[in-house]
Design a protein around this ligand. Structure first.
Ligand code: SAM
Length: 533
């Protein structure tokens, strides 16, 4: 069951702190639990604010995760928000124990994982400002799905937001064909590991058998094989070979949610709901459709969407999709754009490569300056007004401040809709400069001790190298740069850390160079916490 690659591709070699052998199929093929950026309360908060709600800031919130596995998604939140209360409910005792041990080890006072079923959650659990349920809904029977929606409604505060991910139609009709053939093929096999290898073998056989065929069937087989080759065994087992895997048309999911007094707030990827990202024919057809649900349905049909990450709020909440200036002005934007040389551009424009690979060109010094500013500050965010102040600092001239702010706002909001700019309302939870006493979260320090992946302040899973693994556990805020350099000197002299240094560096300078490099990488990867005020 799982994370379809759209949001969180699980690295094949990742072994999270909370790897979780568990009951039933989870016993033999553990489903690692990882941070899911789309489920982070900062993202839910921002979407709710954008649409006129007044959510509780995550730092003081009560957060519930249904089916939290070993806590790989919930516990980084507990680490990030010491004053929040994070509760996980997980059916598997083994996974629950795994997460509870991690809580004991980290001494998180604000987190707990209870063994039990979502069907047992009642009013005694209290109300939550954020209710998260990732990778569960499509893969459980109907009565459990109804319990997920019941809890997401009854246990949600009035301005609360629920996040539910699920497999989507019509895309899953196609993918379901692969699942169907795999299930048929492994029907007689008991052992999960063998089932997976046989399922993979079948797909390979089908692809090989079609190697010079270009029918729609052969092309689809190849593309699915390519995708599944990147996915871990646990994905094949829990997505394709699990008994239950129910995909929903968006409007059916929303109709079901409405029965539990929940309504659509937005989709984690706002760009995926923006017709402007589709062809002009699609836009023309979708233009007359004002209803967000009907439009979403037809967009899914156009794109063949396979997965959704939907934010829901109470039916009684006022959701205002008219983006007023008062809500746009405080938006904070972040993004990183590579300047590229485009031989076809002869008019002096600067070309930027966007996150989705698309290249945009601009001759406008204001737009160029804004994109360069965001790139230089990444992963930090800035409001349009702050970007204009930075333009002033960089001596980029403009006429009217108000018009310049509006131009930048309009460009960046289009970037958000286009999916190449991120937005938030809350201050950054990281700093892109190396601080005097560099600090990372407790969770990241524990992860570095156990694994080569850590969770950053953007709630992403980041691969770290040996030097980073050795240095991250030192970053608890008690050490100055000199302290860290001394400790790294010892590690290097005792051979506990080996590094290859390029160029002619004085051996005495190597520890300093290593520390500088690692901390810069961590700052750029959204790992370093802001300096305390
Ligand atoms: C694929 S995992 C997803 C784990 C985690 N949410 C993630 O995305 O990394 C599904 C989890 O839901 C749990 N689960 C299944 N039925 C449940 C129920 N009725 N109540 C609570 N948890 C349940 C499973 O034990 C499993 O840990």
């Amino acid at each position: 069951m799982s994370t379809v690659p759209q949001s969180s591709t699980v690295p094949q070699d990742a072994k999270p702190v909370s790897a979780n052998p568990a009951a039933s199929t989870y016993d033999e093929v553990p489903y690692g639990s990882y941070p899911v950026p789309a489920s982070h309360p900062d993202r839910l908060y921002s979407m709710a604010k954008l649409f006129g709600m007044n959510p509780v800031p995550p730092e003081n919130a009560r957060i519930l995760e249904i089916g939290c596995a070993g806590g790989g998604n919930l516990l980084p939140m507990a680490s990030m928000f010491p004053n929040a209360q994070c509760v996980g409910v997980e059916l598997s005792q083994v996974q629950c124990d795994y997460g509870s041990e991690a809580i004991k080890f980290t001494d998180f006072k604000n987190a707990s994982i209870k063994q039990g079923s979502v069907t047992d959650i009642d009013a005694s659990f209290g109300k939550f400002d954020y209710i998260l349920c990732h990778g569960v809904f499509s893969w459980v029977p109907e009565f459990v799905r109804e319990a997920i929606l019941r809890v997401s409604s009854e246990n949600l505060t009035d301005q609360g937001i629920a996040f539910i991910s699920y497999n989507a139609q019509p895309g899953w009709y196609m993918r379901g064909m692969i699942r169907g053939m795999m299930i048929e093929h492994v029907r007689q096999i008991e052992e999960p590991i063998k089932k997976i290898s046989q399922a993979r073998a079948l797909l390979k056989f089908l692809v090989d058998s079609n190697h010079n065929v270009n029918t729609p069937h052969a092309i689809f087989l190849r593309s699915e094989a390519e995708l599944l080759a990147k996915m871990p065994d646990s994905y094949i087992l829990h997505e394709h070979l699990e008994d239950t895997n129910h995909a929903f048309y968006f409007r059916d999911f929303i109709a079901l949610a409405a029965k539990f007094n929940l309504q659509f707030l937005g989709e984690a990827s706002i760009a995926s709901t923006w017709p402007g990202n589709l062809s002009s024919e699609a836009q023309k057809g979708l233009n007359p459709i004002n209803d967000a649900i009907a439009r979403g349905h037809y967009m899914d049909c156009i794109t063949g969407r396979t997965f959704r990450e939907t934010y829901l709020v109470k039916s009684s909440s006022k959701v205002d999709r008219n983006l007023e200036d008062s809500r746009l002005m405080p938006l904070r934007f972040s993004g990183k754009f590579e300047t590229v040389n485009d031989a076809n551009v002869t008019d002096g424009s600067t070309s930027f490569k966007l996150k989705n690979g698309q290249i945009i060109h601009t001759q406008d010094p204001i737009v160029k300056g804004a994109l360069e500013i965001l790139t230089s500050l990444h992963p930090e965010s800035r409001t349009a007004d702050e970007i204009v102040t930075e333009l002033e600092n960089r001596k980029i001239s403009f006429d009217s401040r108000e018009q310049t702010v509006n131009k930048i706002l309009s460009t960046l909001v289009h970037g958000v809709l286009g999916g190449w700019i991120e937005f938030r309302y809350l201050p950054d939870r990281m700093q892109n400069k190396v601080t005097r006493r560099p600090t990372v979260t407790t969770w990241a320090r524990v992860q570095a001790l156990a694994n080569k992946y850590v969770t950053n302040q953007r709630h992403e899973f980041i691969r770290i190298d040996d030097a980073q693994r050795q240095i991250i556990p030192m970053l608890d805020g008690t050490r100055t740069l000199d302290d860290i350099i001394s400790e790294v000197s010892v590690l290097l002299s005792t051979g506990l850390l080996t590094v290859s240094v390029k160029g002619n560096v004085d051996s005495k300078e190597i520890p300093k160079a290593v520390v500088a490099q690692v901390l810069t990488q961590l700052a750029q990867n959204a790992m370093l916490l802001p300096e305390p005020a």
